[in-house]
Design a protein around this ligand. Structure first.
Ligand SMILES: *[C@@H]1O[C@H](CO)[C@@H](O)[C@H](O)[C@H]1NC(C)=O
Ligand SMILES: *[C@@H]1O[C@H](CO)[C@@H](O)[C@H](O)[C@H]1NC(C)=O
Ligand SMILES: *[C@@H]1O[C@H](CO)[C@@H](O)[C@H](O)[C@H]1NC(C)=O
Length: 617
C-alpha cells in the first residue's frame, strides 16, 4: 500500500531556490547567501531539528503537527466520581479467588467435532456451569436479565436508567480447550481441580486463565457492585458468554452476535471488551496492549484428481507426486512480510520509542523518521519503515520484547500445510489426493488477495504438468495452454476454501486519544494500575506510568462474530503477565496468580462505573 514514489519532504508551497536568469557579479554572492539561508532555514534545519518546524509552518501545518505529536499520545488516568471501587475489594479476595476456582472445576471442554446440542451429551456440562453461575452470583441473577441463546450461550443484561446511552458489552467464553488424556499425567495439579495454593498465590487448572478469568471476572465485578449497593447503572451493561470460542464460535458467538444485533441493532454498543492481550513489560517499560485488530483466516484445500490405474505402469508423477510438487511450490513462495505505515504495530513502536528507556536507539530513529515523513510529505519514509519491519521479522526474537519469536507472523500472511490425505492401496494409483493449508492473513492483505497469490503460485505447476486448474469455484485460463480442461489424461488441480473458514482481517479499532472509547479504556487501565496494591515494592517504581499501546492478534476470538455491533472492539484482559509467559494457556499447568485475578476484577468494576459516567462515549 505504500506508494512507489517518494514525495519530497517539504510541501510544494514552500519557497524553493529559483535561480535568477541573469546574474550580475554583486547579485551572485547575495543570491548564494539567500539560497543558503533558505535551504538551511526551511529544508535542513527542520530535518535535524524537527521541532523548529512548528513555528515556521504554524497555520498551514497545524493539523500535521497535531498528528506528529500524537504518535503515542497518552490519555489520562480516569477515576469515577461516584464511587472508588477499590473500597469494595478488601476482605473479598478469598471470595473472588473461590469464584474462579469453582468455575475451573467444571470441565467445559469443547472438541473440534461436536454433534448438535441436545444430541451430543458433551454439551451437557454447560448446564452444570450455568447452575454454578446461578449459585455463585445470586445478585447478578436477581438484578440482570439472563437469556439463553442456543441453549448454553448466555446473555446478561443490566438495564441502565438512561436508554439514550449506548450500552457497553463485555464478552468472554465458558468453554475451555480439552485436556488430552495423554497429558493428564503431566499436570502438577488436577486440571479440573481448581486448586489454590496460598504459598504461591496460584490458582491452577484448565480455564483458570483462558477464559474463565474473563467470564468470572466480569460476573464477580457486577456481583460485588450490586452487593455494595453503591452503584445503579445509567448506561446498560451487557455480558455475552460463548460456548465454543476454542473451535471458532460457530455455535455460541455466532448466535450471540445475531441475537444482539437483532435486539440492539448495528453499531449499537459504545465499546466491546473481550479476552485478549494484557499487561507486559518490554524495553524496561510496562505496557497495556489491547489488540485492536486480528489477522484474517483461510483454510485452503489443494486437491489433485488424476486417473487411477495399476501402479505397475505408472505415469512419471502420481497424484501424490503432483500434490507434493504443488506443496513444494507453495512453500517456495512464502508471503513476504509487509508492514504498512498505518499498522497498529507501527503505533506500538511509536510508544516504545517515546516512552521505553531501553528501546533500541536505531529503531527509535527509524520510528521518528516514519512519523516525520507521514506528517509532512504524506508518503512514508520506506527505508525507515523497512527497518521497523525488519525488527518484527528478525529482531523481535532477541530482545526479550513482548512478542518473543512471533514477530514475523505479525507482519506477514502465514501458511502451514497441516493435513494431507491420499492413497489407500500400494498397487493402485491414487485418484484423489488432498492437502489443507492453513493461512493467517496479515492486516495488509485480504482473502481475495491471498486466493490470487495461490492461483499465481500454482498456475505454472498446473501448466507444466498439463493439469487444468480450478480455483475457488472458477476455471482458471492458463495462458498459452491448449490442453485446457480437456486433457483428462493429465488431471486436475483444484483449490477451494475448506471448513467455511474465510475471514478477512478484522477492522482496526480506534487507538488514539481522539477516540472516546480508547480514552475510556486507557483511563481505566491507568487509574487501576496507578493504585495497584504492590505499587510500592515494584521494581519498576521509576516507570510508574503504564503506557497504552495498540497490538494486534494473530488468532481470532469470538469478536469475529461481533463486528457489526461496534467499531470499538478491544481484546484485552487487565492481567499482568510476569516474565512474558502466557500462564500456560492451552497447555499443561495452566494457572493464574490470585492477586492478578483480584486486580482484574477491580479493573472490571472500575471500567463499568467509569463507562457509566462517561458522556463522551
Ligand atoms: C480419556 O480417559 C477417560 C477416563 O479414563 C475415558 O473415559 C475417555 O474415553 C478417554 N478419552 C479418550 C478420548 O481417549
Ligand atoms: C503436456 O502435454 C504436452 C502436449 O500433449 C506434452 O507434449 C508434454 O510432454 C506434457 N507435459 C508433461 C509434463 O506431461
Ligand atoms: C453483519 O452485517 C452484514 C451486512 O448487513 C451481514 O451480511 C452479516 O451477516 C452480519 N453479521 C456478521 C457476523 O458479520
Amino acid at each position: 500500500m505504500g506508494s512507489s514514489t517518494e514525495k519530497p519532504l517539504l510541501p510544494e508551497s514552500l519557497p524553493t531556490e529559483t535561480p535568477a536568469k541573469r546574474t550580475t557579479p554583486w547579485r551572485k554572492p547575495l543570491f548564494i547567501a539567500i539560497s543558503a539561508f533558505v535551504i538551511l532555514r526551511f529544508a535542513l534545519l527542520p530535518i535535524f531539528f524537527p521541532w523548529l518546524r512548528s513555528d515556521l509552518l504554524s497555520n498551514h501545518y497545524h493539523h500535521h503537527r497535531h498528528d506528529l505529536k500524537s504518535g503515542c499520545e497518552q490519555g489520562q488516568a480516569l477515576f469515577p466520581k461516584s464511587l472508588d471501587v477499590s473500597e469494595l475489594i478488601p476482605g473479598k479476595e478469598a471470595q473472588i479467588r473461590d469464584w474462579l476456582s469453582g468455575a475451573v472445576k467444571i470441565p467445559t471442554e469443547i472438541f473440534d467435532v461436536m454433534g448438535e446440542i441436545g444430541e451430543d451429551p458433551r454439551w451437557d456440562v454447560f448446564y452444570e456451569f450455568a447452575d454454578y453461575l446461578e449459585k455463585s452470583f445470586p445478585l447478578v441473577h436477581k438484578h440482570l436479565t439472563k437469556t439463553r441463546v442456543m441453549t448454553h450461550a448466555l446473555v446478561f443484561e443490566w438495564q441502565g436508567s438512561d436508554p439514550s446511552l449506548q450500552p457497553i458489552l463485555l464478552t468472554g467464553h465458558q468453554d475451555v480447550v480439552p485436556v488430552l488424556n495423554a497429558t493428564r499425567g503431566l499436570w502438577t495439579h488436577d486440571p479440573f481441580g481448581g486448586e489454590y495454593d496460598p504459598e504461591t498465590d496460584l490458582i491452577w487448572g484448565r480455564g483458570s486463565s483462558d477464559d474463565k478469568s474473563g467470564t468470572i471476572g466480569a460476573l464477580s465485578a457486577i456481583e460485588l457492585l450490586l452487593e455494595s449497593g453503591k452503584f445503579k447503572p445509567t448506561r446498560t451493561v451487557v455480558l455475552a458468554f460463548g460456548i465454543d470460542e476454542e473451535t471458532g464460535g460457530k455455535v455460541g458467538a455466532l448466535n450471540l452476535g445475531i441475537w444482539l444485533e437483532e435486539k440492539y441493532g448495528k453499531d449499537s454498543f459504545a465499546i466491546l471488551v473481550d479476552e485478549g492481550s494484557g499487561l507486559y513489560e518490554a524495553w524496561g517499560q510496562v505496557f497495556a496492549t489491547p489488540a485492536v485488530g486480528e489477522k484474517g483466516y483461510l483454510d485452503v484445500e489443494v486437491k489433485v484428481e488424476t486417473l487411477g490405474g495399476h501402479s505397475s505402469v505408472p505415469p512419471p508423477h502420481t497424484g501424490i507426486g503432483l500434490l507434493a510438487l504443488a506443496i513444494a511450490q507453495i512453500e517456495k513462495h512464502p508471503h513476504e512480510p509487509y508492514l504498512n505505515p498505518e499498522s497498529p504495530l507501527v503505533g506500538l513502536m511509536s510508544c516504545g520509542a517515546e516512552y521505553a528507556s531501553d528501546f533500541p536507539l536505531h529503531l527509535k530513529k527509524a520510528v521518528h523518521k516514519v512519523e516525520e515523513s507521514l506528517s509532512y510529505g504524506g508518503t512514508v519514509n520506506k527505508k525507515a519503515l523497512k527497518e521497523i519491519e525488519d525488527y518484527w521479522v528478525y529482531g523481535s526474537a532477541e530482545d526479550g520484547s513482548l512478542v518473543k519469536g512471533m514477530g514475523r507472523a505479525f507482519v506477514s500472511t502465514t501458511q502451514a500445510v497441516d493435513i494431507v490425505n491420499g492413497g489407500v492401496k500400494v498397487n493402485a494409483l491414487p485418484e484423489v489426493v488432498t492437502a489443507i493449508v492453513n493461512h493467517r492473513i496479515s492486516l495488509a492483505e485480504s482473502v481475495a488477495e491471498l486466493q490470487k497469490h495461490l492461483i499465481d503460485t500454482l498456475s505454472p505447476i498446473a501448466k507444466h504438468y498439463n493439469l487444468s486448474l480450478e480455483a475457488f469455484g472458477k476455471d482458471v485460463q492458463l495462458k498459452g495452454c491448449h490442453h485446457q480442461l480437456t486433457d483428462a489424461k493429465a488431471g486436475k488441480l483444484i483449490l477451494s476454501e475448506a471448513f467455511h473458514s474465510a475471514l478477512d482481517p478484522a477492522p482496526v479499532s480506534p487507538h488514539s486519544v481522539d477516540s472516546a472509547a480508547w480514552r475510556l479504556l486507557s483511563g481505566a487501565v491507568k487509574a487501576v494500575y496507578s493504585t495497584r496494591p504492590d505499587a510500592k515494592d515494584d521494581e519498576l517504581e521509576a516507570n510508574k506510568d503504564i503506557i497504552m499501546a495498540p497490538l494486534i492478534s494473530t488468532g481470532n476470538t469470538d469478536t469475529k462474530r461481533y463486528w457489526n455491533l461496534t467499531r470499538n472492539i478491544y481484546r484485552f484482559a487487565y492481567q499482568v503477565t510476569k516474565g512474558g509467559g502466557l500462564n500456560n494457556v492451552h497447555t499443561v499447568d495452566e494457572h493464574i496468580q490470585g492477586q492478578t485475578f483480584v486486580e482484574q476484577v477491580r479493573w472490571f468494576m472500575h471500567f463499568i462505573v467509569l463507562a457509566d459516567e462517561d458522556r463522551e462515549l
